[in-house]
Design a protein around this ligand. Sequence first.
Ligand code: KG4
Ligand code: ZN
Length: 360
Amino acid sequence: MRVLGLESSCDETACAIVESAQQAVESAQHNGAPVITDDSTGLRVLADVISSQIQTHARFGGVVPEIASRHHLINLIPVLDEAFATSGLGLESIDAIAVTKGPGLIGALLVALQAGKAIAFVRDIPLIGVHHLEGHLLATFLRNPEAPSPVPPFPHLGLLVSGGHTSLILVEGFGRYRTLGATRDDAAGEAFDKVGKMLGLGYPAGPAIDRLAQDGDPTSVTLPRPMLGPKGGLDFSFSGLKTAMADHLKRNGPPADPQALASLCASFQTAVVEQLVRKTLLALQQRRVGALVLSGGVACNRGLRAALAAMCLERGLSFYVAPPRWCTDNAAMIACAGYHRLRAGERSDLTLNASATLPL
Ligand code: KG4
Ligand code: ZN
């Protein structure tokens, strides 16, 4: 099965084509070429196009919903054209459509959703609406051509850290998710972006803080590690850390030199990472699962990747994270989640609508 994925929930217009191993075998046989495929290394990505609006929104310090919708409208057809051009495939070779149905910005979501419905209607092929977070959670079920590796086993623990969400999710199988903990205030990515804004690092500031933190001293500034006490369980909190950074800047003024800025970034990043690692470890111990999957935009963070990889190595747990391109918003993860729902026999009809908020 070949699935066309479409995503426009925030500020990325994206389109991807994925195919199952079985499909790859059939295509190769048709072309007379032998291929060895292995389903356990994930779905093949035949096209993966992302048009980012980051530059457009950067001067406003965040995503402006109305501008985002308009840009999705302008970008969608060129992005689709590019996906077909780069894969050498035509619309007739697509077997099904997967499109993000929420959560996200409602006007933005509607652009890909309507396009997906139109294509499904015209081609008379199955359509499936996908939860954006399910896409993030399943990004490691895509085959990374640079380093093909086995897909994660079930059950596993998912740590999903993005601009809008920070959650620990027990993933028992495709479509079987149990949220064990979530942020009580800001998401981790939101904390990176807001603190970065205070430091004049532009939008989104996560990648800039990550870069600067590489050369900083993480012990230079003492910051809180809110664990929320015994009743906090597996929940997170990042707003106190953000306030502590604002207080530090008020008391000391902006960092005096590049080294001081780097050390402040390293101190902040370490405080975020420590909280994420400690709660994740607690969840792994409570649930006795042997595998951890990291996903969402903040999964690009090198400090977080390294800390979780080290924690898993030390405790004999397996650790999975997708390449950075599939951690931030993309359509390959949506096509992947859609593929697994379609394979389980699920379909959406043409009354499918977008929702700004949507439980997993
Ligand atoms: O998953 P995503 O692309 O969009 C949402 O669904 O929210 O995540 C975007 C978030 C932003 O907050 C961005 O600052 C953060 O991911 N991010 C990072 C890094 N790369 C992206 N945060 C920390 N370090 C990074 N390297
Ligand atoms: Zn996302």
